[in-house]
Design a protein around this ligand. Structure first.
Ligand code: FMN
Length: 199
């Protein structure tokens, strides 16, 4: 290991020993933990520093009751047991922040305003998904398990939580401590030579 590499225990926590949980413990996830996750994740790179990810924390029984019917049946028990469930979403009006985020590109606000909503949504989604990947790593770095789910009714979630059409849900993320019998055996991954070529 080189001096600049993070230590093996940290690598195990973030990568090799981290799993997608199907059960969660009962310890609550605090606002401070979620803020701490954000404070690390926010340094993820995005195109022109667009920062297009938005996050809605679904934690109270009332909020969970709005989300659960919109989750695929197979995702409901884990979403019920998760101490916190987050809706990760992309902001189609991300450019409203660009004067502050990208002062090096003074024309960016007008450029994005002139694009269609669909064009902006593509930019917002691409960059927010990159941030969302970092978000999962930041959850793991906080010592918690992260369970992403695409099994939900996107049209329904957008209507229920983002009525004005500005945000679009990307995926739903359960977070918390691992529960009993927490995950399936590790599935295989593609090998280096199947993925990486040198030219
Ligand atoms: C974008 C995304 C969507 C997923 N959707 C679901 C889902 O709806 N339900 C589910 O049980 N698992 C879902 N998963 C979990 C994956 O199946 C799991 O992360 C993968 O098999 C790796 O498992 P491991 O972390 O235990 O190795 C999703 C994962 C990702 C990244």
């Amino acid at each position: 290991m080189s001096e600049t590499e993070i230590n093996q225990a940290a690598q195990n926590l973030l990568f090799t020993e981290a799993h997608t949980p199907k059960t969660f413990g009962t310890t609550p996830v605090t606002d401070e933990q979620i803020r701490g996750i954000w404070e690390r994740m926010k340094y993820a790179p995005t195109a022109s520093n667009t920062n297009t990810l938005r996050v809605v924390v679904v934690r109270s029984p009332e909020a969970k009751a709005r989300l659960l019917p919109l989750m695929a049946e197979g995702n409901r028990a884990r979403t019920t047991s998760a101490p916190a469930t987050l809706i990760l979403a992309a902001d189609t009006r991300f450019h409203e922040y660009l004067a502050m985020l990208s002062p090096h590109a003074p024309d960016a606000v007008a450029y994005h305003e002139a694009r269609t909503r669909e064009e902006r949504e593509a930019t917002a989604t691409f960059n927010a998904l990159l941030q969302a990947g970092y978000f999962i790593i930041a959850v793991r770095a906080a010592g918690l398990a992260a369970g992403p789910m695409l099994g939900f009714d996107k049209v329904g979630v957008d209507a229920e939580f983002f009525g004005d059409g500005r945000l679009g849900a990307l995926f739903v993320l359960n977070i918390g401590e691992y529960g009993p019998d927490p995950y399936r055996p590790r599935g295989p991954r593609l090998e280096f030579d199947q993925v990486v070529s040198s030219i």
